[in-house]
Design a protein around this ligand. Structure first.
Ligand code: ATP
Length: 219
């Protein structure tokens, strides 16, 4: 009996820490796109070295706590299980290898991440393995870089619900605009201020219990 192709969303990030814009965006995409599953994939290498850090295990644990009880959102720790940092293309290839050839993969990128694509390792191959869904981000610049113009012109599909086949197309998707960033969350915590309602309560409790992102004191 023929089964319908699966629809899998992927949202990678440092999640340092995970916050409501990640989660609300992910849930809205999962619902709107009727995904079978949307996987949050924490990356092994946090790019920020200038602020107090959470370990990879702590970032992963916060994502796990954040999605608990929400069956559409899952956590995939494959990038943390590798012994070296993964490029997104490696992750997509590895996810693809576990799926059927007709299954659809949707790589979800915030606008800022999308604009940074031309700097990513083998970025042009990403569309061989997945579609790309771009989330607008209210706190980001609005112009796409020159290097992306041709690919947008060639691959853009206006209605994300009409993205066809396993991959290869780009669509821009609306979600409730939330100008929250992990940088803001870390800054507030570093200043000893509250991040309540910017992160789920379970994540807040974890941050407090483990004393994460507090300003370093030389005592
Ligand atoms: P930081 O402030 O530390 O750079 P961040 O808040 O951008 O972190 P990431 O973990 O780097 O969070 O983001 C993971 C993905 O989620 C990226 O594709 C990013 O563009 C997207 N994203 C993060 N915040 C938002 C937001 N407020 N609206 C839409 N997309 C977002």
């Amino acid at each position: 009996m023929a089964t319908r192709p699966r629809r899998i969303g992927i949202l990678g990030g440092t999640f340092n820490p995970v916050h409501i814009a990640h989660l609300r965006g992910a849930l809205e995409v999962a619902e709107f796109m009727e995904l079978d599953e949307l996987r949050l994939i924490p990356s092994a290498r946090p790019p920020h070295r200038d602020t107090p850090q959470a370990s990879a295990e702590q970032r992963l644990e916060m994502v796990r706590l954040a999605v608990e009880g929400e069956t559409r959102l899952t956590v995939d720790d494959r990038e943390l299980r590798r012994d070296k940092p993964s490029f997104t293309i490696d992750t997509l290839e590895s996810v693809r290898a576990e799926l059927g050839k007709d299954d659809q993969v949707f790589l979800i990128l915030g606008w800022d991440a999308f604009c940074g694509l031309p700097g990513w390792h083998r970025w042009q191959e990403l569309l061989e393995h997945s579609h790309i869904l771009v989330l607008q981000r209210p706190d980001a610049d609005s112009e796409a870089p020159e290097a992306l113009r041709d690919v947008i012109a060639a691959r853009n599909v206006i209605d994300p619900l009409t993205l066809a086949g396993p991959g290869g197309q780009i669509s821009f998707i609306w979600q409730t605009p939330l100008a929250v960033s992990a940088t803001q969350v870390r800054q507030l915590l570093g200043e000893g201020r509250s991040v309540r309602y910017l992160v789920p309560d379970a994540v807040l409790t974890y941050i407090q219990t483990h004393g994460l992102y507090r300003a370093q004191t030389d005592s």
